[in-house]
Design a protein around this ligand. Structure first.
Ligand code: C2E
Ligand code: MG
Ligand code: MG
Length: 632
């Protein structure tokens, strides 16, 4: 292999692309005097004889083709110097083709500024590679930028080379325009979602691998409050103008706080992600404070009302702020965090920015994980029931038990109902879960009855959620379960909260009536925490009031009695009795509380004084003890 000194090697590989074409006169003296000058004298701009070409006609044809070709071309020697350039090449560079002779092709076609390209070019000239193809940006002496497709390949014989430089500026400009349209939002002229994600991904990549930056990234995810109302009441045209005005203010804000908004240049990128959602991206973030400051600036910027075609409009926005190290962060992860945080900002009252909180997020993730696995967990049998005695205050004996559900979660351990009942109500799985609880409790109560036929049977009290009354046929479920388990209806009590029965008309009322007619007792759970309309309750088929635990806790100790609570409970109990209701007190924890409740005339008590919620086998022992809870 031969090695050659190729002309045009950059002094500094990697200098800025977009070279300025050298003036040919400048280059004249720098080139090899002998061979080159001869060619210049006799054949300036003409094709010299090729070594292996002998027939004069063929040679003449090639020369004519070279001369009249519309593709800019030049013939190079083994050092990369131009032997001859055709008129099209001269035209491209705005010069006489003859003046290009002996110029270094690498300078003219910018093959030396990129080290990798330079190596590839040398490989061709040294015969180690067949061809080179690349796109370069050149600066025309007249000032304009030229985009060109450059090709270099050896001619037969391997001593000389053909350089082609096709002008692709028009195509390049067209592609750039198309890309701009694709990547920008026509309403606000801001970068759109696609460009935002492109920038975000490359920013994350750069920040993770570039030791020079801060290695951190920040994002403000903004959503206008109540924008839909603007669109709905004033029309989409005004809505669009508002978005455009908002975009301008956000861009100014991004400029003021350090970056440049509005386009994809380096700095804070402002993008419209769709609808009334905007994103402000802080590359190389200096920390949470910087991103929070940007968020505050955005809120302040939107505070002044907007004047739009005679309409004065005030808007506010909610912003989710996320700031973290770029390493290990993905675009999707960052956006999810921003989305959650934006939701918190809305939930916390709108017109504010909220910072991402990992703890709050973990809680949300657990909620989500629980919520999505509730339904399959019922099928997998992950729930169990515990039973807490309901004790007659007069004789101290258990008359019934309340069934309380627990979730034996394979990952999170045993969960109390306050962790999942509300979720089950939200996603509707309470219907299946409630049905399971009802059936398991009735089956258990019947089993106790059969196991201890001589003992006084215990009734079972089952909690029923509002949605079970509305979304399922509770009456049919209860009837079916009583029939299947053979539990007498009078041994079943259903606990509903005040909110479930208050204002009930139509379906809930009919359901309560049908259940009561069946012989099932209805109790109002946590009484006193809701509307507490006793007069109304008395008109419903309700037979038991379960006084909320806060009343009993309010009794305090003998040294510090709270007469107000005691008076209220006394009045409630006597009123309930007059209306034909019995009263159960929740959360009885001390003998003193029990004594006062007994004196007041309360019928039943439930609480740690008697027993904690127990597994079913302990209740069997309770039956053996004739319902006495002393040892529990
Ligand atoms: P609840 O129906 O008012 O049940 C009484 C709650 O008070 C139970 O909590 C019980 O463990 C607790 N408790 C009992 N005695 C005392 C005491 O002396 N002091 C104190 N501080 N607390 C006492 P748990 O088991 O965590 O149940 C909480 C709530 O979950 C229940 O309140 C009920 O509303 C709901 N729940 C439980 N099981 C079910 C169910 O199967 N279905 C539905 N829909 N809700 C249920
Ligand atoms: Mg209850
Ligand atoms: Mg209760």
């Amino acid at each position: 292999m031969r090695e050659r000194a190729v002309s045009g090697h950059p002094d500094r590989p990697g200098r800025t692309p977009g070279v300025t074409l050298p003036s040919v006169t400048e280059r004249k003296g720098t080139t090899n005097e002998s061979g080159v000058r001869a060619e210049r004298q006799g054949t300036a701009g003409r094709l010299p004889a090729l070594a292996h070409e002998s027939p004069a006609t063929a040679f003449g044809d090639y020369r004519a083709a070279f001369h009249s070709a519309r593709l800019p071309m030049a013939l190079l020697d083994g050092d990369g110097l131009i032997i001859a350039a055709n008129p099209a090449f001269g035209e491209l560079l705005g010069t006489d083709p003859g003046r290009l002779t002996s110029a270094a092709a690498a300078d003219l076609a910018d093959l030396g500024s990129d080290p990798r390209l330079w190596t590839a070019y040398r490989e061709v000239l040294c015969g180690r590679s067949d061809r080179l193809r690349c796109t370069r940006r050149l600066k025309h002496p007249a000032g304009q930028t030229l985009w060109v497709e450059v090709g270099v390949e050896p001619l037969p014989g391997g001593e000389r080379f053909l350089l082609t430089v096709a002008d692709s500026s028009d195509r390049h400009d067209l592609l750039a325009r198309v890309r701009h349209l694709q990547m920008h939002d026509p309403v606000t002229r801001l970068p759109n979602r696609a460009l935002f994600f492109e920038r975000l991904s490359s920013a994350l990549e750069a920040a993770s691998f570039e030791p020079s930056g801060t290695g951190r990234i920040g994002l403000c995810y903004l959503d206008l409050d109540g924008f839909k109302a603007v669109n709905d009441t004033l029309g989409h045209r005004v809505g669009d103008r508002l978005l455009s005005a908002v975009a301008q203010r956000l861009s100014r804000c991004a400029e003021r706080t350090g970056g440049r908004g509005g386009d994809a240049s380096r700095g804070h990128l402002v993008a419209r992600l769709g609808g009334d959602e905007f994103a402000l991206l802080v590359e190389n973030s200096a920390g949470t404070d910087q991103v929070a400051e940007l968020a505050q600036c955005a809120l302040d910027a939107l505070q002044q009302p907007f004047d739009l075609a005679g309409q004065r409009l005030s808007v506010s926005a909610s912003i989710g702020v996320v700031e973290r190290t770029a390493a290990g962060t993905t675009a999707t992860g960052l956006m999810q965090a921003a989305d959650t945080t934006l939701y918190w900002a809305k939930e916390d009252g709108k017109a504010r920015w909220t910072l991402f909180d990992p703890e709050r997020n973990a809680h949300r993730m657990t909620r989500q994980a629980l919520s999505s696995t509730l339904r399959p967990a019922v099928d997998r049998g992950e729930f169990t029931l515990e039973y807490q005695p309901l004790v007659g205050l007069g004789n101290g004996r258990a008359e019934g038990v309340e069934a309380l559900v627990r979730w034996r979660h394979p990952q999170f351990g045993t969960l109390a109902p306050n962790r999942f009942i509300a979720l089950a109500e939200e996603n509707g799985s309470i219907v299946e879960l409630g049905r399971w609880v009802l059936e398991a409790a009735c089956r258990q109560a019947r089993a106790w009855q059969l196991e201890r036929p001589a003992a006084r049977p215990l009734f079972v009290s089952v909690n029923v959620a509002v949605r079970q009354v509305w979304d399922s046929d509770l009456v049919a479920d209860v009837a079916g379960i009583l029939a299947a388990t053979e539990l007498p209806p009078e041994l079943l009590q259903l606990e509903l909260t005040e909110s479930a029965v208050m204002g009930s008309a139509g379906r809930p009322l009919q359901a309560l009536q049908a259940l009561s007619d069946m012989g099932v007792r209805i109790a109002i759970d946590d009484f006193g925490t809701g509307y507490s309309n006793l007069a109304y309750l008395s008109r419903l088929p309700v037979s038991v009031l379960k006084l909320d635990g806060t009343f009993v806790s309010g009794f305090r100790s003998q040294e510090h009695p709270n007469p107000a609570d005691e008076t209220i409970v006394e009045a409630l109990v006597s009123l309930a009795h007059r209306l034909g209701l019995t009263v159960t007190a929740e959360c009885v924890e001390s003998a003193e509380q029990a004594a006062r409740l007994r004196r007041i005339g309360c019928d039943t008590g439930q609480g740690w004084l008697y027993a904690r919620p127990l597994p079913p086998e302990r209740i069997t022992a309770l039956l053996d003890a004739d319902g006495r809870t002393d040892d529990f």
